[in-house]
Design a protein around this ligand. Sequence first.
Ligand SMILES: NC(=O)c1ccc[n+]([C@@H]2O[C@H](COP(=O)([O-])OP(=O)(O)OC[C@H]3O[C@@H](n4cnc5c(N)ncnc54)[C@H](O)[C@@H]3O)[C@@H](O)[C@H]2O)c1
Length: 442
Amino acid sequence: MSAKPRLTVLGTGYLGATHAICMAVLGYEVLGIDTDAAKIAALSDGRVPFYEPGLPEMLRKALDSGRLRFSTDIAEAGGFGDVHFICVGTPQAADSPAADLRYVDQVVSSLAPHLTRPCLVVGKSTVPVGTAARLTSMLQSSAPAGTAVELAWNPEFLREGFAVEDTMRPDRLVFGVSSPWALSVLESAFAPLLEASVPVVVTDLPTAELVKVAANSFLATKISFINAMAEVCETTGADVQQLAASLSYDPRIGGRFLRPGLGFGGGCLPKDIRAFIHRADELGVGQAVSFLREVDAINQRRRQRTVDLIRAQAGGSLAGVTVCALGAAFKPDSDDIRDAPALDVARLLVAEGAIVRVYDPQAMDNARRAYPDLHYADSVAEAATGAQVVALLTEWDQFRELDPEWLGDYVAVRNIVDGRHALDPTTWRQASWDYRALGRAA
Ligand SMILES: NC(=O)c1ccc[n+]([C@@H]2O[C@H](COP(=O)([O-])OP(=O)(O)OC[C@H]3O[C@@H](n4cnc5c(N)ncnc54)[C@H](O)[C@@H]3O)[C@@H](O)[C@H]2O)c1
């Protein structure tokens, strides 16, 4: 294997496309593989098939360098790669809280027959602890190169919206390895980041698998903690924003992820904590993480509570009420609508008879595809026209910067529920809006 290994990236979704593109920009020869021919055609053509700030420019740079190409043919990966990164999805199973590992299993079983020389397969997908051990046996029993094929785990911590920055300058790298050889290969595969002094934790496979779910469990817990405080504030008349601000001055607590509101969603946190609970139950240590059930429940309750606020503003019933829903993506600077709280709220409103008009700066196509029954508007103004309640559900800058007078000219009634604590209540109230937010007095 050369000093600069050739890399394959298996699965070119949010994680894999970013990883493939950034590694090529960092100087590696990279082959990206996906079973989705449309995705591969778009990437080959210089188009990123999802919204991620800065990534289209990086893709152009990587393609121009001649170091990056894409294919749907996994046989090519075997011949090409010294290091194969597994970046396929691990969604929640349809019928249980467990992770659905079918894509991971498929990619490993389709890659293995093409591994005829020593190489390292590196898992980046988020998986239940113990998966790497199982995949190692799968790989070594079906790869022609046998035990010369090793498996390592390198969990990924990138955040959508900051994916390029997080890949080019990660907070840390975690290398889960079973041999010094695997470690040396990973060091070659991440040499530019190690030279830039990115901290590295070298550990075993189960620890590397656990790091990711532990990190997401902690973050989810922090969000649900402040949202639990919001629930208490709602019945006591206390103000959760001031509570959060006061807590955040304590450096042991810190202010990040301590923002109350509609809670977390997306393709990671919700399914990762559920899969963790499930896996811990399987392992007989369910009690250790049973608090995550409550973390999930608090988070889900925020969605219904947002609907309650909107209903209250509408006068007690949502039947026939026009609601302007600002936001569909699970967070700003992303078009990802997986388990998006905004769309859940929109659907709950519709279920109670509201007429909901959704607008999002980037996630409209995904939302339309997933929920064709909702109404969509092409602009904030169109969504707001004649609305009896405006609900801010994803905190895009475009919504944070809205002028209350400007918006007030479009709506029928100046009612706003700020599901993300993104607006200044004083400014909006001064413009005669009835401003409400979770955990704050009306
Ligand atoms: N999205 C994030 O911000 C993020 C961050 C950290 C970790 N993760 C983890 O990374 C993994 C991938 O997440 P994602 O958001 O990129 O998912 P995604 O759904 O956007 O992408 C997965 C890709 O894998 C492809 N795929 C499925 N089976 C395949 C196969 N057999 N061969 C080749 N390609 C195949 C799919 O077509 C899809 O393009 C998950 O485990 C997730 O939990 C995601």
